[in-house]
Design a protein. Structure first.
Length: 393
């Protein structure tokens, strides 16, 4: 490609999306001969690549229908603001990353005003889980989907959605995760008489922490009563440290609270098993080789809509392996005593642990790609631009 500047609009609404976007933009800079100019919404990762975010993207870090409804006026304002800025700038491509409640509404407005502008969606919406009709509707405003899970291209094909390519997942090439895998492979599995280390991962959102930590507290009390001395570690992010300490301050058994990313990966390397909030962390645990149980308490409105959820599991390793690798507890069936009994089986050398590790190996194999995710994604973005706007460069 020529040395012409490449103008990219990018909209990311979560920390994970910001990281993906930054990785892709860095790859674009390597693949495009000219400068890459950014506009849109993002966080520290994208800002390090040159983005001046239209507003603080933490405003978009919301979860659950009740939170969306409570912040609806602000969301509508930000959607209009973001779309208007992109339409006015008329970039070479619009890259929307995850956070579909926000990013897809921006994309629809941009497509209506600039029908020739290429739009690429990074991270496939979970159309395979619920609201399958979204796949076909995306044809109207998305030219290509960059999937981070290997089963998603086929799911989108079956549902009649836009062209979709599995580019790989950032976790499969993450340096911290790879080092954790190496350390865990060198560590022997504990014997029942050994003091075991159990990790608690109640999520990073306030609503997740307040709902799940009390059940985790019940689980560790039950575990100690049945098994004796145990080490419990609880990694958290800096902005949630005070909340976590407040919730656990009266627990008879105190977990070690570890703050920040380095401490988290150290905990991953040392844990014999983990109880964790359903989400990306379950995939992190699976790829790291930490036996785990997935636990979640949904937004109360979502609980009323469970009949519309089509997927058979919420644990990503299960979806990739296509069978139940990780046990799950959801809503009314969450019990500390059940979680404790799983920790007993998964923290030592048992058949359930061996079966889980076999499943983790399958997940790891299926997630491998020939190219790093960002590089592959950047290639597709450039290809979409050339096809949508031939002769543009």
């Amino acid at each position: 490609m020529s040395a012409r500047p490449l103008k990219v609009a990018v909209v990311a609404g979560e920390v994970s999306g910001d990281l993906l976007g930054a990785d892709l933009i860095a790859a674009l800079k390597r693949q495009h001969d000219g400068p890459v100019e950014l506009l849109g919404v993002g966080g520290e990762g994208l800002e390090a690549e040159g983005l001046k975010s239209l507003f603080d993207y933490s405003e978009l870090s919301i979860m659950g229908i009740t939170q969306v409804l409570s912040k609806l006026p602000t969301l509508v304002k930000r959607i209009r603001q973001t779309a208007a800025a992109i339409i006015a700038a008329n970039p070479d491509v619009l890259l929307i990353i995850d956070s579909p409640d926000f990013t897809h509404r921006v994309a629809k407005r941009v497509r209506a005003a600039r029908p020739d502008m290429p739009i690429v969606n990074y991270v496939c919406p979970s159309v395979w889980a619920w609201k399958e009709y979204r796949a076909q509707r995306m044809l109207a405003y998305v030219d290509h989907v960059l999937a981070v899970l290997p089963f998603e291209p086929e799911a989108m094909r079956v549902l009649g959605g836009p062209p979709t390519t599995y580019v790989g997942h950032r976790l499969a090439v993450d340096a911290d995760l790879l080092e954790t895998r190496r350390l865990r492979a060198q560590s022997p599995v504990k014997a029942p008489a050994d003091v075991r280390t159990i990790m608690l991962l109640p999520g990073s959102r306030g609503s997740e922490i307040t709902k799940l930590l009390p059940y985790f507290g019940d689980a560790i009390a039950e575990f100690v009563e049945r098994n004796g001395e145990t080490r419990f570690i609880l990694p958290t992010v800096p902005r949630r440290e005070a909340m976590v300490r407040e919730i656990v301050k009266d627990w008879k058994i105190q977990p070690e609270i570890l703050v920040g990313a380095p401490a988290k990966w150290k905990a991953f390397a040392e844990a014999d098993a983990a109880m964790a909030a359903s989400g990306t962390v379950i995939l992190e645990l699976g790829l790291s080789g930490v036996p785990t149980v997935s636990v979640y308490k949904t937004d109360w409105i979502i609980s009323l809509m469970t009949g519309r959820i089509k997927t058979w599991t919420g644990a990503i390793p299960n979806l990739i392996a296509d069978y139940a690798v990780v046990p799950e507890y959801l809503n009314n069936v969450v019990r500390g005593a059940s979680i404790a009994r799983w920790m007993e089986k998964l923290s030592v050398d048992t058949l359930p642990r061996r079966a889980m590790m076999e499943g983790y190996d399958l997940v790891w194999q299926r997630m491998q790609t020939q190219k790093p995710p960002g590089e592959h994604a950047a290639e597709i973005v450039l290809d979409v631009i050339q096809k949508k706007r031939p002769g543009h460069f």
